[in-house]
Design a protein around this ligand. Structure first.
Ligand code: 5GP
Ligand code: ZN
Length: 113
């Protein structure tokens, strides 16, 4: 996926503020944070959006949640955090490489708008 912004970030073609990396996923600070902590966690494999997750590629999604739990401990997010994945333009997805927003450091309303 040569055209994908987040694939370019993973490759290092576009700079990012890396928080964590392993063989399966990459985590970096959002360029336009909406909370004091705003990290994006993405699989290295290109999956466009959540409705493209299947039994063949879902292991990386479980792994990403393990990484989020680890980051939450390391970053001491004991006051709580929110994980968001927007799927599709009407839900607010603007980059079509699946990503998990890890948000913390302020109160969050529910239901989300
Ligand atoms: P979405 O709207 O698809 O759920 O989330 C995309 C996120 O990617 C947005 O929060 C946006 O600020 C972030 N973003 C877009 N372009 C870049 C970029 O070049 N670098 C970084 N670090 N974040 C980006
Ligand atoms: Zn991609």
């Amino acid at each position: 996926m040569n055209d994908c912004l987040f694939c370019k970030i993973i490759k290092g073609d576009i700079p990012s503020d890396k928080v964590y990396e392993d063989e399966l996923c990459y985590a970096f600070k959002d360029i336009a944070p909406t909370a004091p902590t705003h990290i994006l966690v993405i699989p290295k494999e290109h999956i466009s959006k959540l409705d493209e997750v299947t039994p063949d590629n879902s292991a990386v999604i479980a792994h990403i949640y393990e990484v989020i739990a680890k980051l939450a401990k390391e970053l001491d997010l004991k006051d709580g955090f929110r994980v968001v994945t927007n799927c599709g333009e009407s839900a607010g997805q603007s980059v079509f490489h699946i990503h998990f927003h890890l948000l913390a450091g302020r109160p969050f309303a529910w239901p989300a708008g």
